[in-house]
Design a protein. Sequence first.
Length: 237
Amino acid sequence: MERGAGVSGRLYGLGLGPGDPELLTVKAVRILASVPVVAYPALEGGDSFARSIAAAHLRPGVREIVMRVPMSPGPQATLAAYDKAAEAVAAELDAGSDVAVLCQGDPFFYGSFMYVHARLAGRYDVEVVPGVTSLTAVAAVSGRPLVARNETLAVLPATLSEAALAGRLADTDAAAIVKLGRHLPKVRAALARIGRADDAVYVERASLPQQRVATLAEAPDEAPYFSMVLVPGRGRR
């Protein structure tokens, strides 16, 4: 929506789900069809996965802000990229245009939108629209319920040390291990240390045509970005 002079636009953090366009919420589709401006992250020199999920629902003539995120491992370049993106989004909001920032998964569950939100939330009207998370998508395609009754669930980054992973895994009923990449052998070792390796399932690209569900033993030594190890709670038995 375009608003009158002197009236700022509304900022939407739009959760798009894990990749399957059919998992977009009705609310997300309605907003996509109405906003005059969308912004979305994309790697330097690459296409945007978030935009590809939403493409069929974008308004004709929509203005697009590409938030180029560097592949550099250091945080400074990434922070600078979000500073620049927030400025471009703010300029549209100041002109009275609503802006939807597209975010795969859920905006506040490891979502890229949180970095834009941190820079603009105090200045503009913001609405966060939840999306289907990678966590629930992985559980669905694996056929493994996450938790039951009084079980606990931990979400752990694979970047932790093997000892830290093993300790936290031993202290929870169910776990989702994210950010696998080259850390998958370490995850295997941590699960084996506490006797949970046989319970674990490996999933990559959940909900997409090329999704893969496998045992932990069948998983590759280096996992793609869109992958997760799920250790379901024992209550399913």
